[in-house]
Design a protein around this ligand. Structure first.
Ligand SMILES: Cc1cc2nc3c(=O)[nH]c(=O)nc-3n(C[C@H](O)[C@H](O)[C@H](O)COP(=O)(O)OP(=O)(O)OC[C@H]3O[C@@H](n4cnc5c(N)ncnc54)[C@H](O)[C@@H]3O)c2cc1C
Length: 439
């Protein structure tokens, strides 16, 4: 049977794309290697902005449903020594991801999406031009062929299709240990239940945050690069500097999220990469849902038009142009700055907050970063070396942002653009470059 779209992976990215296409009348198949009940079980509590439900057309869970756990209306970001806090307002739902995923699958099935569980992608099927036209997938030791106009990789970090494509427009890099944030969530119950955590507070210097769990409890989270051991080390450092009230550990949860740039192109002939498979995460927090839902919603008209005509590279190319020139240019700027921010001392981190250089309250005006850095230098709050490193990083990040804004409008000019982008990213470095005590 030929489908309009075949999606590999039924995480939130795969389901959402499948659902949106099915709602518009397209024939969509999703293959998923796990059992129905095991999907997304690697992670329980997840935070999602309430606005997102309306924006992305997903009905919000009712507050008395098992999916809903908690909500909070603001969060804080704090400096290394906890003397400076920035407050940001938002309405965030803490929900149980496996139940959100299950509900989205049920809704999408009603709109016509077909799911095949315990069916694992094995290899792509190519035409004579070496373009993907289908996949071989295994269920109960039996391999079957599935064909579609558009094949979508939504397999998360393993990126199984993207990595096997062998097409010049699609990078096949592995999301390896230096490209991931290893997240450890320690679910705790406070000995004195009045210490319950009701909002979310983060200390980026230690890569740590606390968030609500159940009444009388909290989640102490750490997201650190390179390994879970390094993550544990950062959590211990944070708790020795800024001790939490006494608690007992309820349980731990572990996971990883991509922490590297997206592939330069999200498309190849008959192919699209979305979600973690395309590293679509917030460079500051590692959150993914808002990013991939936004990408899918905005790309939908281009995807549908291509399916209606032909899913050639030319017809899909505008997805790259839209995302790289538009939404993605700001995350690029931030991601390119992070490596230099990670190399500061605690005292210098305090200064960043004091001068609103990277974090600010919602009501504060946009800072003039150069002026604030000079002021910090004259007051002796930052070393000349740090100022020079930061200034270089801001310049490189600005050049990268401008380069993304000039992303080529047709595939012919892509390879030249990539050459310059590679040079700039090499200059910016990776966030893991700063984790000197990682082991
Ligand atoms: C600890 C932690 C906390 C997080 N907290 C938040 C948060 O609060 N808010 C937020 O927005 N984001 C958060 N994120 C990030 C978010 O969870 C991810 O960005 C998002 O779940 C990725 O969705 P996805 O659909 O791209 O990939 P996944 O959810 O990884 O789904 C991929 C699917 O593909 C399947 N698959 C893989 N290989 C194959 C194969 N060979 N054949 C068939 N199927 C295959 C997998 O079984 C899986 O079901 C967090 C991540 C972690 C690790």
């Amino acid at each position: 049977m030929n489908y309009d779209c075949l999606v590999v992976g039924s995480g939130t990215a795969g389901i959402y794309l499948a659902w949106r296409l099915a709602k518009d009348g397209y024939k969509v198949l999703v293959i998923e290697k796990d059992k129905d009940e095991a999907i997304s079980s690697r992670l329980d509590i997840l935070h999602f902005g309430y606005d997102g439900y309306e924006k992305f057309g997903i009905p919000a869970p009712s507050k008395d449903s098992a999916e809903f756990e908690h909500h909070f209306l603001y969060s804080y970001t704090s400096s290394a020594l906890d003397t400076n806090r920035k407050k940001n307002y938002h309405n965030i739902y803490a929900i149980h991801l496996p139940l959100m995923n299950k509900r989205m699958r049920n809704l999408s099935e009603k709109d016509g999406v077909t799911y095949l569980y315990e069916t694992s992608f094995e290899e792509p099927i190519f035409n004579d031009n070496n373009e993907i036209i289908g996949v071989k997938a295994k269920h109960n030791d039996k391999v079957d062929n599935y064909y579609a106009s558009l094949i979508v990789d939504a397999s998360g970090i393993p990126s199984v299709v993207r990595r096997s494509l062998n097409n010049p427009y699609m990078e096949d890099f592995e999301i390896g240990p230096k490209d991931k944030f290893y997240v450890t969530l320690k679910y705790v119950m406070y000995k004195d239940p009045k210490n319950t955590t009701i909002d979310c507070q983060s200390w980026p210097y230690y890569k740590c945050w606390i968030g609500p769990f159940k009444d009388g409890g909290g989640i102490i989270g750490t997201g650190a690069s390179t390994s879970f051991d390094f993550c544990k080390k950062m959590q211990a450092k944070y708790e020795s500097k800024l001790p939490r009230p006494e608690y007992t550990v309820d349980h731990y949860e572990y996971g990883a999220t991509p922490y590297t740039r997206c592939p330069y192109s999200f498309v190849a002939p008959n192919f699209l990469a979305v979600g973690d498979a395309a590293c679509m995460t917030n460079p500051m927090s590692g959150e993914g849902l808002t990013y991939h839902f936004g990408f899918i919603q905005d790309s939908l008209p281009i995807i549908e038009k291509a399916i209606d005509t032909k899913t050639t590279i030319d017809n899909l190319w505008d997805i790259n142009v839209m995302y790289n020139r538009g939404f993605y240019k700001d995350p690029v700027f931030l991601r390119a700055l992070l490596a230099s921010f990670m190399q500061m001392s605690e005292k210098e981190n305090e200064t960043l907050y004091k001068h609103n250089i990277i974090f600010k309250n919602d009501e504060d005006p946009e800072p003039n970063i150069v002026k604030e850095l000079l002021s910090a230098l004259f007051k002796g709050e930052m070393s000349l070396k740090t100022i020079i490193n930061l200034t270089k990083a801001v310049l490189t990040a600005s050049k990268l942002k401008a380069h993304y804004q000039s992303f080529p409008s047709n595939p012919n000019d892509y390879f030249k653009w990539v050459e310059k982008a590679n040079k700039l990213w090499n200059k910016a470095g990776k966030i893991t470059d700063g984790d000197f005590d990682a082991e």
